[in-house]
Design a protein around this ligand. Structure first.
Ligand code: UDP
Ligand code: GLC
Length: 384
């Protein structure tokens, strides 16, 4: 099966890292077409996955855009749709991995008469999207997609609640290669020294954005003993500079200068996770899936996540991790203190999580599930 993957971003977000893994088995019979250039293109090239950037300009529609702004971007979309129609002639199926890719992919699929698959990485609720965006995504998926793959039950439920067809959608979690997470702990010890980190380190791995809730961990830190430090890994990928400024002000206001480090975007997430004593996920809006939660588990590290969205499907509290109410810094601090004071209990839980996560999210079997669904979809569509 030859697949034309479409993604709107050149940046390294979770949806793009997930697509990288999905495209790997198809590298000799696929093309990843990007609607914007960026480091994602380099990463695909490093993995020898054919990639083409279709536009040098980002499409001017945001998650909170109105219908008027949406229509305004049509002029930008038409040349993209034409390109995708031309490209799709060499492929059996169009696989849209993001919302803007869905817009382009849906119209291209209609013209080129190719089946469309939409991989839904988002929770289509008012926490994340304007009503125009929700209506557009659901209508296009309902009318043009032959299959929607949701990254969690939470994303599936929100899709249906927004009017999406329940018969179209199947949940497939993100897959991970467990061996990627088996790096030596000696490297982590060395990196911890190089970074000058001491004490009990709580890691936060996420782009800097208000809804990812880095401020909640800073608040929690103020309720923890002085030997607890926080390491923030990730950058403001979508221009959230005001939030970054606020975080730095919060560090100063709480007198946490010596206990907080911001490292920006890093590609050595595994080694960094391994030097942490606990990984915190603090999203204040429901997280659609939350790759970092599974990555922490695969690294054998205890993890606490915000009790909402996909995170609830990933963690059984006290069995393979902890959950804290979103935005509740007191609950988060209580888990941090528990892990600091009971290292044996927290490593036992982390060990349990590592075993379960390597089975539940094994990339080979996830990719097999996707291949099966795509095969069935293609067979069904070609019978019509
Ligand atoms: N990540 C990374 N470097 C960083 C911060 C994050 O490679 O500095 C990766 C992280 O390991 C994870 C992804 O970015 O695989 C973020 O995905 P997630 O699903 O957690 O959140 P998203 O940002 O997609 O909402
Ligand atoms: C999106 C979601 C994130 C999810 C990722 C991969 O970026 O925000 O929660 O883990 O896609 O599906």
């Amino acid at each position: 099966m030859k697949i034309l993957f479409l993604d709107q971003s050149g940046k390294l977000g979770g949806a793009e890292l997930c697509l990288l893994d999905i495209a790997k088995p198809y590298r000799d019979r696929c093309l990843v077409a990007l609607l914007a250039d960026g480091p994602f293109r380099d990463l695909l090239e490093q993995h020898k996955i054919p990639v083409q950037v279709l536009s040098s300009e980002a499409i001017q529609v945001r998650k909170d855009s109105s219908w008027q702004q949406g229509f305004g971007s049509l002029a930008q979309l038409l040349p993209l749709i034409t390109k995708v129609v031309q490209l799709s002639r060499d492929y059996d199926l169009i696989y849209a991995n993001t919302q803007k890719a869905l817009v382009v992919g849906a119209l291209a699929a209609l013209i080129s008469r190719r089946p469309l698959v939409y991989h839904l990485h988002d929770i289509l609720s008012s926490d994340h999207f304007s009503s125009m965006n929700r209506r557009l995504a659901v209508t296009l998926a309902n009318c043009f997609a032959s299959l929607v793959i949701a990254n969690s039950e939470a994303s599936k439920t929100a899709f249906i609640a927004a009017g999406g067809r329940a018969d179209l959608i199947q949940v497939i979690y993100n897959g991970f290669e467990p061996q990627t997470y088996q790096s030596s702990s000696a490297d982590a010890v060395q990196l911890k020294q190089q970074l000058g980190l001491e004490g009990f380190v709580v890691g936060h791995f996420s782009r800097l954005s208000p809804w990812k809730g880095q401020h909640v961990l800073l608040e929690a830190l103020a309720h923890c003993p002085d030997d607890v430090t926080a390491l923030f890994v990730g950058d403001a990928l979508f221009g959230e500079h005001q939030y970054v400024e606020q975080l730095h002000q919060q560090v100063n206001a709480l007198g946490l200068e010596k206990r907080v480090r911001f490292l920006g975007f890093r590609s050595d997430v595994v080694t960094l996770m391994k030097l942490c004593d606990l990984i915190a996920h603090t999203s204040t809006a429901p997280e659609p899936f939350g790759r970092v939660i599974v990555e922490a588990m695969l690294c054998g590290k205890p993890v606490v996540a915000a009790k909402s969205g996909g995170a609830v499907e990933l963690i059984t509290p006290e069995v393979d991790g902890w959950l804290a109410s979103p935005g509740n810094s007191h609950q988060l601090a209580a888990v941090i203190n528990l892990c600091r004071n009971q290292p044996e209990r927290s490593s036992a839980i982390a060990h349990q999580a590592q075993i379960q996560a390597s089975q539940r999210f094994d990339l080979a079997s996830i990719n097999q599930q996707i291949a099966q669904l795509l095969g069935q979809t293609l067979a069904r569509v070609s019978q019509v």
